[in-house]
Ligand binder design. Structure first.
Ligand code: B3K
Ligand code: ZN
Length: 876
């Protein structure tokens, strides 16, 4: 496989003025007739170049140029392209190809899911439908005609507006769609099948009526209301916050069961994994609901950031993904508890992106090279990309930031743009210098910031001495300093924020400041500070860095109680926990007697538990100890089983001290009632489930009984699943098998819940989980052909660190074996699922060797390009 480089970018040799596609649908032999109006790119100054069209897994039936059919000698056709060596500068090409949607197991291009034809073209799937310049900087208007059997495909959909439909003499029927907005091929979509449609409408700011449609299989008809509401909220929100309106008369969403990722923003016709559409209280958890709200919004927001302005090339992917993630985060923050949303986003970033940035696949937000672009839909492109744009918002302020985004959209409307275009627009609108800031797009790795503070009582001066550095990443041994916005405040002895005055200010102003760190070392001094303050730095996690300060445990406990920034309240608690847990870890490692958790920590935790005032969601988050993954990320030589043991020791300690309070808290909030997704209700459930799972670490019979009742009487899936998970971990109890059987019986016909059944069992914490997983692989309902199902078992298994990292290496063997099989069917999902295998370098020596052996064996085999890249890079 070849590596592609950003530096090799060339403009397309030919532009497309119009695309006409004719589909004759059939499961194993769909015929695609394409007519392309092409012309030599004017930037070639009339110098003719060969016309190279991308195409893979296509059966070529016929080619014509300007109405004259070509003989095989007139063109070249290989596995990946069709070339016409010396075409006229302006031409019409007509191509007929045949494809096999039914046997398309990679789920890329046109495929069938439960008998429904659907497409996934981003990034390079269109070339599996027909020969085409399949690159995002070729934009064209599309006209699409679909013909199919009315019995199998009563519904025929494509992008844009429906312009014609009818029944043919032979009984087949057709529909014609026209999308007036020029678009790249990756935004093309076709859906056809037996679907029902839920309808609603939205009146835009300028009072245009937009038809909203959600298409699902009949059995899911009643599960779409929440998705529809979310869509309307997203439309309204984007008008209010960004002043942006939807541009077509119709917005369609289709839910399918077999989908490689979450959803896809095809113009006017989004295709969704049914996981992100279907919900009712009995079947969906709070997190499912929140996921739906976020993903529906995300795909909708792409209509501007992605579709109206798209990417010049795939190296610019974060241009649309980072920006759209930021916008969906802003939206969710406005819909739910903003503080908790931020905490969850940061936890996610630290759990997945930080390790990626520290591992073999580390790459800048704008990568310089790739082998398989599908491997670059990463948490760095998405989540770090969003953090980078969030920093721009912090530097500019919301108002100017929005102005900048609007300027960017206006300037590049209908074009394929670059990250540089975006930064330039923000620089102009914000009237700021972003020269250094641009390094965020070119340098990989998580910057490390060290801060030492000093208070001088005599001069009433408080000084921060800040240093930054960034570890080496593949291909980037040395880094230049980043431009970092550090939001901060100072707390007085009573916990309130002090007024801030930098030495360079004329007067004190405000209690929160953005310090801009742009050098490797910089000092900031505050004057008129009348008492020794406690510093609250990096509020709201204003930059994606690893921050070290020599905080005293008392200061952390103080900030945990008083910081006016809820993120930093949580963060102080996390830091305190991390320090405690790492200490226990080291004691264990060195065979010392364990001191247990410190009193300061156990008390502070108890104070949170009995706090009756704060947002319940926030409390629930504060009571959670840092995840095993996050703890692992703090260590140089990881023993995942030891991490689990230590974390559980800590949980048991907290339980033994606070058992009564946990019971009280559980009782106080575990009241039934109508299901609602308002932040208070969600927060209460989170708190109740946190208490329950802790209490169930050492359950007496009474408690087991209550948990069983909780499971049985639950009025919603959030409650039921929490109790189910707790009972599944009760190894000694007969209840375990009882609920396992019961859940299966009740939900075996509902795929999304069967997924939860698999993943909950695979997330079990007891030692037998590994054997359970081996058995589940043989379960009649397990299959690798449905990505959700594969992820539910294998994904959950690989995240279950202590089980996956068994000392004998059988966990590695099991996952590798499944990935091998999956790679034959669906390389994209296989490569994604292989991520945990690539994290071998930081394991303790024995596991490191075992895992590496599996990778080396895999490397020798005949792998897909996707998996090849992951395996090879991780062994470098
Ligand atoms: N743009 C799509 C992702 C496509 C992934 C292709 N491997 C969904 C999204 O980010 O909204
Ligand atoms: Zn996206």
């Amino acid at each position: 496989p070849q590596t592609k480089y950003l530096k090799d970018y060339l403009t397309p040799a030919y532009l497309v003025d119009q695309v006409e596609l004719d589909f004759y649908l059939s499961p194993t032999a769909t015929q695609v007739a394409s007519t392309l109006a092409l012309r030599l790119n004017p930037d070639r100054n009339g110098v003719i170049e060969p016309l190279v069209l991308d195409g893979e897994h296509l059966q070529l039936v016929a080619v014509e140029v300007d109405g004259v059919s070509l003989e095989p000698a007139d063109y070249q056709c290989d596995d990946v392209s069709l070339t016409i060596p010396a075409p006229p500068a302006q031409l019409t090409v007509h191509i007929i190809t045949r494809i096999d949607p039914l046997n398309n197991t990679a789920l890329e291009g046109l495929y069938q899911s439960n008998g429904i034809f659907c497409t996934q073209c981003e990034p390079e799937g269109f070339r599996k439908i027909t020969y085409y310049p399949d690159r995002p900087d070729v934009l064209a208007p599309f006209r699409v005609r679909i013909e199919g059997e009315p019995a199998d495909c009563p519904v025929l959909l494509s992008n844009g507006n429906l312009v014609d439909q009818g029944v043919l003499d032979d009984g087949r029927h057709f529909a014609c769609w026209e999308d007036p907005f020029p678009k790249p091929s990756y935004l093309f979509a076709l859906v056809a099948g037996n679907l029902v449609c839920l309808e609603d409408h939205f009146i835009t700011l300028s009072e245009r009526r937009v038809l909203l449609q959600i298409f699902v299989e009949e059995r899911n008809r009643n599960d779409c209301d929440f998705a529809m509401e979310s869509l309307k909220k997203a439309m309204k929100w984007e008008e209010q916050v960004y002043g942006l309106e939807y541009d077509l008369d119709r917005y369609m969403i289709v839910a399918v069961d077999d989908f490689n990722m979450g959803a896809m923003e095809n113009k006017g016709l989004n295709v969704f994994n049914s996981k992100y559409v279907l919900a009712r209280p009995e079947t969906a958890t709070d997190n499912d609901y929140l996921g739906i709200e976020a993903v529906i919004a995300h795909e909708y927001f792409h209509n501007w950031t992605g579709n109206r302005v798209t990417c010049r090339d795939w190296f610019q992917l974060s241009l649309k993904e980072g920006l759209t993630v930021l916008r969906d985060q802003q939206f969710s923050a406005d819909m739910q508890s903003a503080a908790v949303k931020r905490i969850d986003d940061v936890a996610l970033l630290r759990q997945y992106q930080f390790p990626e940035d520290a591992g073999p696949m580390a790459h800048p937000v704008r990568p310089e090279s790739y082998v398989e672009i599908n491997n670059f839909y990463t948490t760095t492109i998405y989540n770090k990309g969003a953090e980078v744009i969030r920093m721009l918002e912090t530097l500019l302020g919301r108002e100017r930031f929005v102005e900048g985004v609007r300027l960017y959209l206006k300037r590049h409307d209908g074009q394929a743009a670059t990250c540089e275009d975006f930064v330039a627009a923000l620089e102009q609108a914000g009237e700021v210098d972003l020269t250094r800031f641009r390094r965020w797009y070119t340098q990989a790795g998580t910057p490390e910031v060290q801060v030492v503070c000093h208070y001088d009582c005599a001069t009433q001066t408080f000084t921060l001495d800040c240093q930054q550095s960034c570890p080496a990443t593949p291909g980037q041994p040395d880094k230049e300093p980043f431009h970092l916005p550090l939001v901060m405040g100072l707390l007085g002895h009573d916990g309130t924020d002090l007024a801030l005055q930098l030495a360079s200010d004329e007067a004190p102003g405000g209690t929160s400041r953005v310090l801009e760190l742009t050098q490797s070392r910089q000092q900031f001094s505050f004057v008129g500070v009348q008492e020794q303050p406690v510093l609250s730095l990096l509020r709201g996690f204003s930059a994606p860095v690893r921050l070290t300060m020599e905080d005293r445990p008392e200061d952390l406990a103080f900030r945990m109680a008083y910081d006016s920034d809820p993120f930093n309240r949580w963060e102080a608690g996390q830091q305190l926990s991390v320090a405690e847990l790492l200490q226990l870890y080291r004691q264990q490692l060195e065979g010392q007697l364990s001191t247990g958790l410190s009193q300061v920590f156990v008390d502070a935790w108890g104070v949170v538990l009995t706090d009756n005032e704060a947002d319940e969601s926030l409390l629930a988050r504060m009571l959670q100890l840092p995840s095993e993954q996050y703890l692992a990320d703090q260590l140089d030589e990881v023993d995942p089983q030891r991490i689990r043991a230590v974390r559980e020791q800590a949980l048991r300690h907290l339980l033994s001290v606070h058992r009564e309070k946990l019971l009280q808290c559980y009782d106080r909030y575990s009241s039934a009632g109508e299901y609602s997704l308002n932040p208070v209700a969600v927060g209460r459930r989170r708190l109740v489930h946190g208490c329950l799972s802790l209490l169930m670490l050492e359950p007496d019979e009474l408690l087991q009984d209550r948990c069983l009742r909780h499971y049985q009487q639950a009025g919603n899936m959030t409650d039921r699943l929490a109790a189910f998970a707790a009972l599944v971990d009760c190894r000694q109890s007969p209840l375990r098998d009882q609920v396992k059987e019961d859940f299966y019986r009740q939900w075996k016909h509902y795929p999304l819940l069967l997924d939860k059944w698999f993943s909950t069992l695979a997330s079990g914490r007891h030692e037998n989980t590994f054997f359970e997983i081996e058995r589940l692989l043989l379960h009649p309902d397990f299959t690798l052909s449905n990505p959700n199902r594969a992820r539910s078992l294998l994904g959950a298994f690989a995240q279950n660190l202590a089980v996956f990292h068994r000392q004998d290496g059988n966990g590695y063997r099991l996952l590798t074996e499944q990935i091998r099989r999956l790679d034959k069917r669906n390389p994209q999902v296989a490569a994604r699922m292989a991520t945990p295998l690539t994290r071998w370098k930081r394991l303790e020596p024995q596991r490191r060797a075992l895992l590496r052996e599996e990778l080396v064996a895999l490397q020798q085999e005949n792998l897909s390009r996707d998996l090849y890249e992951i395996v090879n890079k991780s062994l470098v």
